[in-house]
Each structure stands twice: as C-alpha cells, then as structure tokens.
Design a protein around this ligand. Structure first.
Ligand code: ACO
Length: 441
C-alpha cells in the first residue's frame, strides 16, 4: 500500500492510500486529526475489494474520532481536552476535571459552582438500593457488586434512560458521576459488615467519598486533608484514557442504543480484568511476594524468562512506549502519602523503587520499551490510605466513570455513529451435511 497525493471526496486532507488486491484496486482517503497519526479510512474496502481488514486487539485500528483525550505513547504525553495531565493533577481538582471532560472547556467560576452543586445534590441513591445490596453475599468481590448495582441503576432511574433526549443524557451523566462514589462506598461497607454512611453535602466530592468509606455512626470522622488531596489527584489521573478496553466496551455497548447505566456497567465488567484495571491489585500482590530488596533480581530474571508466564505487574502498556506520565505523578503522590501517614509500607516502596531502578537498566525492558505504568505505585498509595486491595479497581471505576460517560455522550452525538459490528476471519468447518447420531463416531 502506498500513500500518495490525490483528491478524495470526504477526507480531511488531500492524501489517499491505494491498495491493490488481486487486480482490484481501491483508493482510500487519509484523514488527519489535530495531532497524532493520520488514519486510513477503510470504510469502502470490502465493497471495492471483497476483503476485510484483520487486526486482533485493534493494534492499528482507530474505532472513532474523538475530541476528549490525546495520548502520545512514544513521548509519554497525556492531554485531557488539550490540557497536560501533570498540570491538571497539580492545579485542578477532580470535579473541575469532570466538567472539562464532559463539556470540553474548563468551567468559569459560576459554571463551576453550579456544577459542584448539581453533582453534590445527586450523590444520594434511591433508598431501595440498600435492600438491593442485601441480596449480595458479604464475601463477594466489590467489583462484582459494582457490576450489579450500577447496572441496576437503570431500574431505579427510568426518567434518564432515553438516549435520544439530550436533557436526559445530561441528567444520566450527572447521576453516574455523583452516585458512583456512593455505590463504591456502599460496596465497601457491605463487605466489612458496617452500616452504609449517607453522603454529606458540606464536604467536597473526594472528602465525602472518604467519609462514606471510613466513617462509622458511633464517632465523628475527620477527613485527613493530605489523603483527600492525594485521592483527588488519583481520581484525576484515572479519569480518562481515550479508547482503552473498558471505554471501547462502553462505546460498543452504547452503539446499540443501550441506556447509559447499562453501558457503564459493561465498562466496569471490562475494567475488572487483571490486564486492565485489576493491574494495581496484581502489582501490590507482586511487591508483597517479592518482600525484600535483595529478591528483586530474582523476579526480574523470572519476568524475562520465555518459559515463565510471569510478568512484572505495573510494567508495560499497549500505548505508552515511554514513562507513563501518570506514573510520575503517582510516584510523587505515593511518597507524600506515606510520609504524611508515617505508614510502615515504606519497605514495599523500597522494593518498588529498586524494581523500577533495575528494570529500567535492563536490556530486555529497555528494548521492549517497558516502563512503569500508573498501577505500579497506586496500589501502595491506596493501601496506605486504608483501602483493601479488593477496592483498588473499584476506585479506578469511580474515577473512570466520567471518562466513560463523556465518551458515551460523544458517541451518541456523533453523526457518523453506527452500531459497532466487527467482522471476522472464519477458520471453522466449511458447509457440511447434518449427521444423525447413529452414524456419528
Ligand atoms: N513483564 C515482562 N515482560 C513483558 C511485560 C511485563 N510486564 N509486558 C510486556 N512484556 C513483554 C511480552 O512478553 C512481549 O514479549 P515478546 O515480544 O518477546 O513476546 C512484549 O513485552 C510485548 O508485550 P505484549 O503483551 O505483546 O504487549 P501488549 O501491548 O499486548 O500488552 C500489557 C500490554 C497488557 C499492559 C502488558 O505490558 C502487561 O501484561 N503488563 C502487565 C500488566 C499491567 O501492568 N497492566 C496495566 C496496564 S495499564 C492500565 O490498564 C491502567
């Protein structure tokens, strides 16, 4: 295939690519974004050549156009609506970032006040949800409870499930962003057998989440400002990450016209996997297993062994072939939290830093461009804050909900949107006649 100058009808540029298959030729427009690689529009390929493209895992395939998040994996850049992640983590707060992701611009002061009020006033969940929760086993994984309870929101909030009504779409978006911490805290409280704690409107989003998780009715709860600030920053870092597996799941589920609560429940199910949101839990378990700094080389050796299934959890990324920009902020946050709380996990932090140091010098990791990702330090930080490992992915889901909702809204409002329907390379049996059971075997 060669890209060459031409004049295709609907492309954003004057470039096109030509592909010749068995004597049948097709010219495909090349589209350009604001920044980043161009894409070849293969929409007419099947009609013109009778062939599909084949790209398991979407390693070279753009599934949509989007204005929300930009990643340059080679340079280690992450922008939300054009703003660098480190600047947002340093100077903004999570609710402001939610507004930015949902509406495209940083809010003015009155817009921010109004948005904070709206989100704060939507944090309570229908009282009957408490009885819904009691149907779960207490030892259920909180992510299992989240899949079920978020999916169930569509049974409680029928008045915001009409995806064709722009007002209902906005209401559903606000409800999801506001209620997710409440449901996450309920999942935690249920697992430890403590009463649910209602939201408090005098607290900011993240402090309120902390009090719903850690307050008990028998004594006052005082939010630690260092912990609240650090958790707020962690929520910012996880808020969106363009077309990752769970976001693509939300878009695919939504492409059929499913309601937003059902779509976000689908995203939560996808996030649960250890190759995606479950990696911080896996990274912490690995650091605990390593235990001491002197055992680090043994584990690095194991990770490089072709005959071993073992991988360094919290290392490597499909898109980042450089240091994950979120991992840098996360590492600093981890130090701040551990110092402020005087937590004994310092030993674990030492193991993590030694592992990072050795791996970053090792040819295997250098050649394959494997760097620490955000999950490498987040587990240590979240545990120091008091969260059990089973809650780590739940916290990720709380943060990512705004990204999922923003991407879902963008998809619904995109005039190019169609139901997502990938094709396949069929490698099963070709047509054959049915064989009655007495003539089989
Ligand atoms: N440790 C050791 N080797 C690794 C690691 C690792 N963590 N990650 C990748 N490799 C090696 C692979 O064995 C492979 O080697 P090969 O070319 O000799 O076969 C090569 O690097 C490329 O790996 P792929 O799995 O093909 O890369 P892919 O882009 O599909 O995977 C992934 C990315 C899933 C994140 C992978 O790096 C991994 O499993 N990492 C550990 C889990 C993890 O930390 N996930 C968090 C992702 S971030 C997030 O979801 C927020």
């Amino acid at each position: 295939m060669n890209a060459k100058d031409a004049a295709p009808a609907k492309a954003d540029t004057d470039k096109s690519a030509t592909l010749s298959v068995g004597g049948r030729q097709t010219q495909m427009p090349i589209r350009s974004g604001t920044v980043g690689p161009d894409v070849i529009d293969v929409g007419r390929l099947y009609r013109d050549t009778g062939c599909f493209t084949y790209d398991p895992g979407f390693t070279s395939t753009a599934n949509c156009s989007s204005k929300i998040t930009y990643i340059d994996g080679d340079k280690g850049v992450l922008l939300y609506r054009g703003y660098p992640i480190d600047q947002l983590a340093e100077s903004s707060n999570f609710v402001e970032v939610c507004y930015l992701l949902l509406y495209g611009e940083l809010p003015t002061r009155p817009q921010r006040e109004s948005f904070v009020t709206t989100i704060t006033r939507h944090t309570m969940v229908h009282e009957q949800m408490t009885r819904f929760f009691s149907g779960f086993r207490r030892d259920a994984h909180p992510m299992a409870v989240m899949c079920g309870s978020v999916g169930a929101l569509s049974a409680f909030y029928h008045d915001s499930t009409d995806i064709n009504d722009p007002h209902q779409r906005v209401v559903a978006s606000h409800r999801l962003v506001a209620k997710m911490p409440t449901l996450a805290a309920m999942a935690y409280k249920y697992s430890v057998g403590q009463p649910f704690i209602y939201p408090r409107n005098d607290l900011d989003y993240t402090s309120n989440f902390l009090q719903m998780c850690f307050a008990v009715p028998c004594e006052p709860y005082i939010v630690n400002p260092v912990v609240s600030k650090a958790l707020d920053r962690i929520l910012i870092l996880h808020a969106d990450h363009e077309q990752n597996a769970s976001t693509s799941t939300v878009r695919l589920a939504g492409s059929s016209g499913a309601n937003p609560f059902a779509c976000i429940a689908a995203g939560i199910a996808c996030l649960w996997g250890p190759a995606h949101g479950g990696a911080n839990e896996a990274a912490l378990k690995m650091l605990e297993e390593i235990g001491t700094v002197d055992r680090v080389p043994e584990y690095v050796k194991k990770a490089k062994d072709k005959n071993s299934e073992f991988r360094l959890m919290g290392f490597g990324h499909r898109v980042y072939k450089n240091y994950d920009p979120r991992a840098k902020v996360m590492q600093q946050t981890c130090h701040e939290v551990l110092d402020a709380l005087g937590v004994k996990d310092q030993q674990l932090l030492k193991v993590a830093m030694e592992l990072e140091r050795i791996a970053l010098q090792d040819d295997y990791f250098v050649e394959k461009k494997l760097y620490p990702n955000i999950d490498f330090y987040s587990g240590i930080t979240l545990r120091a804050m008091g969260f059990p490992t089973s809650m780590f992915t739940v916290l990720f889901a709380v943060a990512r909900t705004v990204g999922w909702v923003s991407q879902w809204k963008e998809m619904i409002e995109d005039p190019e949107q169609k139901i997502g329907r990938p094709r396949q390379l069929y490698i099963g049996a070709s047509e054959r006649p049915y064989v009655p059971v007495e003539r089989r075997g």
